[in-house]
Design a protein around this ligand. Structure first.
Ligand code: NAP
Length: 242
């Protein structure tokens, strides 16, 4: 069977992506960091709709944890493959660079960029041997335009976009596509501390996105209909270009 692995699938955009890919027929591997209650809720949502899901907790920033979890999963699933990888796990540690600690810088880079590297390394060889795969990276408007107070996050997301374009070229001939989705503001736990009433005045569509609106594009990129799209960054930002 071909599985879809979604990092940060317990909450927010990742949860919506899990539900979307499940509706498309994929059994889902729900990765998360620590919130097992939220991950259980995502699994229940999938199972109640008739889908199949397994929890796979690990820290995407840790190569050892990633390798241990994926190896163990493969031992239990010798006939199965991970054919869709959605690199979605993420955090913010916003502050002006002048006040940014080394930890704020490294934690954000490690989660988004090393996380991508660790995950891609763990699945790509099998995708190559299967001549089949979809990798979708959740970037951000901040990685395209840069955002003050987010030098770490903007650098990580811009790096992710560069990695998307490079890896797409490496894997295209093996029928594996690599794309990014760049959301603007999305209503999730990550943005709940922001002043939505003020910020939405800047957004041409006039509101934050719902996670399902990001998941719809991820689903399309994971589908057969998107087999000729690779190395692309699709913005889903309500017309906001800061
Ligand atoms: P969220 O609601 O805060 O959820 C974050 C998810 O990432 C959770 O499932 C969390 O797991 C997981 N996670 C965090 N660090 C992890 C780690 N080291 N290893 C494994 N899992 C980890 O965030 P969101 O808003 O849905 O954001 C999802 C992605 O979209 C992120 O990459 C974010 O940068 C990007 N994005 C978000 C927005 C937005 O406006 N919300 C805009 C642009 C881009 P636990 O539940 O265990 O903590």
């Amino acid at each position: 069977m071909n599985y879809a692995l979604v990092t940060g699938g317990s909450r927010g955009i990742g949860r919506a992506v899990c539900v979307k890919l499940s509706k498309m027929g994929y059994p889902i591997l729900i990765n998360f960091s620590s919130n097992s209650t939220a991950a259980d809720e995502t699994r229940s949502m999938i199972e109640e709709a008739g889908g199949k899901a397994e929890l796979l907790p690990f820290d995407v920033a840790s190569r050892e944890s990633v390798d241990a979890a994926i190896s163990k999963w493969r031992e239990g699933h010798p006939e199965d493959h991970i054919s869709v990888l959605v690199n979605n796990a993420g955090i913010r540690r916003d502050t002006l660079l002048a006040f940014m600690s080394d930890e704020d810088w490294h934690t954000v880079l490690n989660t988004h960029l090393n996380g991508f590297f660790n995950m891609a390394k763990s699945v790509v060889k099998d995708m190559i041997s299967q001549r089949n795969g979809r990798i979708v990276n959740i970037a951000s408007l901040s990685g395209i335009s840069g955002q003050k107070g987010q030098v770490n996050y903007s650098a990580a997301k811009a790096g992710l976009i560069g990695a998307t374009k490079a890896l797409a070229q490496e894997l295209a001939s093996r029928k594996i596509t690599v794309n990014a989705v760049a959301p603007g503001f999305v209503a999730t736990d990550m943005t709940k501390d922001l002043d939505e009433a003020t910020l939405k005045k800047m957004i041409p569509v006039g509101r934050f996105a719902q996670p399902e609106e990001i998941a719809a594009v991820v689903g399309f990129l994971a589908s057969d209909d998107a087999s000729y799209i690779t190395g692309e960054v699709i913005s889903v930002n309500g017309g906001l270009y800061m």
